[in-house]
Design a protein around this ligand. Structure first.
Ligand code: ATP
Ligand code: MG
Length: 227
């Protein structure tokens, strides 16, 4: 079986000026199968977010091979990357990144509006699906709240519902519990486990070893995976 995410010799060099550059990834290899739950840990600056951004098609590698769901994303154009991102990948961030002017329901609906026209659901169906996902994350009573009217844990639940709304192949979470207390963090990770049990592949970056239980742990150091 081929992997969902496969990288060989992945390099990412950030060029700051003619003479200054940072090698954030240095020949990294990785292989992640469908339905795995992978935690990525490692010191600050070791390249965890850089790796997640490449896997999430938000950025492209400087060198090396990266394949996602059978497509060679290391050698493709921006249009294709945008399509893959919107149709196949859900993102969850430490700072939730909800749109502040939109109510919970509209935040969840939002990514469905970016889907290619011929695959896009009509508005009533989009609202219905957003409502179902908010129910799934336990927020059926909060659909009309603005982000500022929700607790941190509730905001992250909205973000998780939003990440799932286009039925992605992969969910990427960069320190999803970094802004939450330990009890709320545990609840959010439990929710991610439920989503993984439901068939989604999850890659989560975390500093917190307490929440990696039940997942495959990859340790990063100096831009590569430690073996
Ligand atoms: N856009 C950028 N431009 C230049 N350098 C960058 C950029 N993004 C990251 N870097 C550098 O690349 C290296 C890896 O950064 P990255 O954000 O991937 O680390 P990280 O493991 O996610 O760290 P943290 O745990 O603090 O979030 C760091 O040295 C960082 O300074
Ligand atoms: Mg980071």
């Amino acid at each position: 079986m081929s992997s969902l995410v496969f990288a060989r010799g992945l390099w990412k060099t950030y060029r700051l000026s003619e003479s200054v550059s940072v090698d954030a990834l240095r020949g990294l290899d990785i292989s992640i199968d469908e339905n795995e739950f992978v935690s990525i840990i490692g010191p600050s600056g070791s390249g965890k977010s850089t790796l997640l951004n490449l896997i999430g098609c938000l950025d492209t590698p400087t060198k090396g091979e990266l394949t996602f769901d059978g497509e060679k994303v290391s050698e493709t154009d921006d249009r294709t990357l945008t399509r893959i991102r919107s149709e196949k990948i859900g993102f969850i961030f430490q700072t939730f990144n909800l749109l502040p002017a939109l109510r919970a329901l509209d935040n969840v609906e939002f990514p469905m509006r970016t889907v290619r026209r011929d695959k896009r659901l009509g508005k009533p169906l989009r609202k219905k699906r957003a409502r179902e996902l908010l129910e799934m994350v336990g927020l059926e009573e909060r659909t009309s709240h603005l982000p500022s009217e929700l607790s941190g844990g509730e905001r992250q639940r909205v973000a998780i519902a939003r990440a799932l709304v286009n039925d992605p192949r992969l969910v990427l979470a960069d320190e999803p519990t970094g802004n939450l207390d330990s009890v709320t963090a545990r609840n959010i990770v439990n929710l991610l486990h439920e989503i993984n049990d439901g068939g989604k592949t999850i890659i989560m970056v975390t500093h917190d070893m307490k929440i990696t239980g039940g997942t495959k742990v990859l340790r990063m150091k100096d831009g590569a995976i430690e073996t």
